[in-house]
Design a protein around this ligand. Structure first.
Ligand SMILES: Cc1cc2nc3c(=O)[nH]c(=O)nc-3n(C[C@H](O)[C@H](O)[C@H](O)COP(=O)(O)OP(=O)(O)OC[C@H]3O[C@@H](n4cnc5c(N)ncnc54)[C@H](O)[C@@H]3O)c2cc1C
Length: 414
């Protein structure tokens, strides 16, 4: 059997990985437990220049532009609607790196990524919930709850925060190497999608800062993505995503003003999608075992405040793709030991960056909800000092041609 990657999970990271593998000449099969891709989701997603650049490399940037909106900046407000400050952080980021920061909905992103995949009928399988992985000397067999099974060379778990792949690894690895729940939440979230309303402009984000809480509103070309963050006592209890949001969940924020004219409730009352979840954070100690590796939320969880968590997962998917492509170039039938070396390099090249993004996002959120009022200068000074260099050091696909990448003030390192 030619080398074949089994991807578990058809979220943004799994679909991005599938594109990267295909374009790097590596065969794959992707299995998603939900009956369809794309999903209907309650919240939007920011894509940063490190990802919009790779979408360009994959030939998907024009399609992405059609279904997203470039962001310009953020207005910071008090709960009374009084404007505290306004910036052009996202336009500046575009200028620095040559690629935009865009906001889109997850269904549109999934469709864009699916459009890049050749022969999807023979590569993408929905309604397939993984429940067992058997590793052998030369490959793997994955088994699904519907009784089917498939063979491959390695498994990549892109199956999100409550990863079944991670559970499977834990059963096979030495006790204590993979804890039951490696993540901890200190904030919970409520989110929703509603219409655009008069008085807020597409591309212009708004943050309303309270004591221990924050509201974000990000208007795209067609709708407003709303997020609430509320500090809670830290917990490792598994609280699954829920689409039930009670009046109590939003009571504290309901009358808060995004601008002097527009209140949170003006959009929230017209919402057509909603959800709640805890915002877990954490990075797994080990990202792979035997012929199995993990990528995305399955192995690193970052608070959504900075809007980079999936971006980091996509960069991880590119890094993993690069390591596999380099390995297979010299050796089309690698041993488990050789595969492990590639997995180990993947983790070691990325985990430092993941830690920085995680700290940046956490600092950003803590500063935004400070009890003395938002620490806006600290936030902007820290972001200006750290974010551009982090973005410029992002990896891209090493085995996919890319002749005409855009650049600007700060050159891309890779
Ligand atoms: C409110 C909110 C806002 C956010 N905003 C941003 C943002 O603006 N920018 C950003 O970069 N990140 C953002 N994030 C984080 C981002 O959503 C995640 O980092 C991203 O979804 C992770 O992608 P993933 O593919 O790793 O996992 P997921 O998106 O969780 O996808 C995992 C997939 O695996 C499937 N699956 C699970 N178990 C199995 C199984 N046993 N068998 C088969 N399939 C399985 C699931 O159905 C799912 O489709 C936000 C998160 C939240 C909660």
């Amino acid at each position: 059997m030619a080398f074949k990657v089994i991807i578990i999970g058809g979220g943004p990271v799994g679909l991005f990985l599938a594109n990267g593998l295909q374009r790097s000449g590596i065969d794959y099969l992707l299995f998603e437990k939900r009956p369809t891709i794309p999903p209907t989701t309650a919240f939007g997603i920011f894509l940063w220049p490190q990802v919009t650049r790779m979408m360009h490399q994959l030939g998907l940037l024009d399609k992405l532009r059609e279904v997203s909106h470039p962001m310009t900046g953020i207005i910071h407000s008090a709960p009374s609607g009084e404007q505290l400050s306004a910036d052009t952080i996202f336009s500046m980021t575009h200028k620095i790196h040559g690629y935009p920061v865009v906001v889109t909905d997850r269904g549109s992103l999934a469709n864009t990524l699916l459009s890049g995949l050749e022969d999807p009928e023979n590569h993408i399988f929905t309604g397939k919930q993984l429940n067992n992985i058997i590793t052998q000397e030369k490959g793997v067999t994955v088994e699904f709850t519907d009784g089917t099974s498939y063979d491959g060379s390695i498994v990549i778990g892109a199956d999100g925060i409550w990863s079944t792949v991670r559970d499977q690894i834990r059963q096979q690895a030495p006790k204590g190497l993979f804890p039951q729940n490696p993540f901890k939440a200190s904030y919970k979230g409520v989110f929703g999608r509603g219409p655009l309303v008069e008085g807020i402009s597409s591309g212009q984000g708004i943050e309303v800062h309270g004591d221990g809480w924050l509201i974000q509103a990000f208007p795209s070309q067609k709708e407003t993505h709303m997020f609430i963050y509320k500090r809670i006592p830290s917990t490792t209890t598994k609280i699954p995503f829920s689409s039930v949001v009670t009046d109590d969940d939003v009571a504290e924020f309901y009358d808060a003003k995004l601008t002097p004219q527009v209140a949170f409730k003006d959009i929230w009352d017209k919402r057509y999608a909603q959800g709640t979840a805890n915002f877990e954070e954490g990075v797994c100690n080990l990202w792979h075992y035997d012929r199995i590796a993990m990528v995305g939320d399955a192995v690193h969880k970052i608070s959504p405040k900075q809007g980079v968590a999936a971006n980091v997962g996509m960069e991880a998917a590119a890094t993993l793709t690069n390591k596999l492509a380099s390995l297979l170039q010299n050796n089309p039938d690698p041993t488990t030991k050789e595969v492990n070396k590639a997995f180990s390099t993947y983790q070691s090249e990325l985990e430092g960056k993941v830690g920085v993004w995680q700290r940046l996002s956490r600092f950003n959120l803590e500063s935004a909800v400070d009890s003395s009022g938002p620490l806006l200068e600290a936030m902007s000074t820290n972001a200006a000092a750290r974010v551009p260099t982090m973005v410029s050091k992002s990896f891209k696909f090493e085995h996919v041609p890319f002749d005409h990448q855009y650049g600007n003030e700060l050159p891309w390192v890779y």
